[in-house]
Design a protein around this ligand. Structure first.
Ligand code: SF4
Length: 253
């Protein structure tokens, strides 16, 4: 097909996707996070939930389990995670009855080639996140029409206008953010009301949890995410894109 025809087709696809997302946002504008989760799983054919099984992940996982325990859950194991996270992933999956958790890892050959000693992060954190998170997730999401994230407006300036539904740049997928409008108190209240298990590191001073080498405890009064990539000019792993650019802000999923 000639290039100009391909570009026309792509433009039309993008327009249709944008219209669909606008319609979904208008329809669910005044609805609850649970309604958005339920609606998204009904309306979007192949939808996966991407979870880090971090400090707040259990909320979204619980909502998905209430709607459908077969919801595909993609868990990115960077092979740099805390042992507590790996154990928590098993505990939460069993307790919520999630029956379709897929563990995503970087390709062994890629790791052997680019980061055989696990030291890539010391000279290039973005390259390490790209190798261990972004690329494996992109591969895992091929074939899905959309994915559900736990992102919230309060987490970062770049998320201040976050909607329930978004077009993901350059992929033709829809991103769903059921908790977009939630405040930290809503997250806490939901966990308490539903008696959900907390990540064990939260009680040890980790309000936001990523890879072990890149996460440190947070002191009282510090931003909850101050322990992520502390003292580095980096705030996000790069699995989220806005206007085609890798975003560097907030908890991943
Ligand atoms: S958070 Fe740190 S260890 Fe984990 S993938 Fe990114 S740079 Fe590597």
């Amino acid at each position: 097909m000639p290039l100009d025809l391909i570009q026309t087709e792509l433009g039309r696809d993008r327009r249709e996707l944008t219209e669909r997302v606008s319609e979904l946002n208008a329809r669910f504008r005044h609805h609850s996070a649970h309604d958005v989760m339920h609606g998204a799983l009904e309306e979007i054919d192949d939808l996966a939930l991407v979870s880090s099984f971090g400090a707040e992940s259990v909320v979204l996982l619980h909502m998905a389990a209430v709607v459908d325990k077969m919801t595909p859950v993609l868990f990115i194991d960077t092979q740099m995670l805390f042992t507590e996270t790996l154990e928590y992933q098993q505990e939460v999956s069993e307790r919520l009855g999630l029956r379709n958790v897929k563990i995503i890892r970087a390709d062994d050959e890629d790791v052997q080639r680019d980061d055989p000693y696990g030291a890539l992060r010391l000279r290039d954190m973005d390259a390490c996140c790209n190798l261990r998170k972004t690329f494996p997730l992109q591969q895992a999401l091929l074939g899905y029409d959309g994915w559900i994230t736990g992102r919230k407006r309060f987490q970062a300036g770049s998320r201040a206008t976050l909607d329930f539904f978004e077009v993901e740049d350059g992929t033709g997928r829809i991103k769903v953010n059921p908790l977009a409008h939630w405040a930290p108190e809503d997250v806490r209240a939901y966990m308490e009301e539903n008696n959900l298990p907390r990540h064990p590191l939260v009680a040890k001073g980790y309000p936001s949890i990523g890879c072990a080498p890149c996460t440190s405890p947070v002191k009282q009064g510090e931003d909850p995410r101050a322990g992520r990539w502390r003292d580095q000019n980096k705030e996000e792993c790069g699995i989220h894109f806005v206007d085609g650019k890798m975003m560097r802000a907030g908890e991943n999923t």
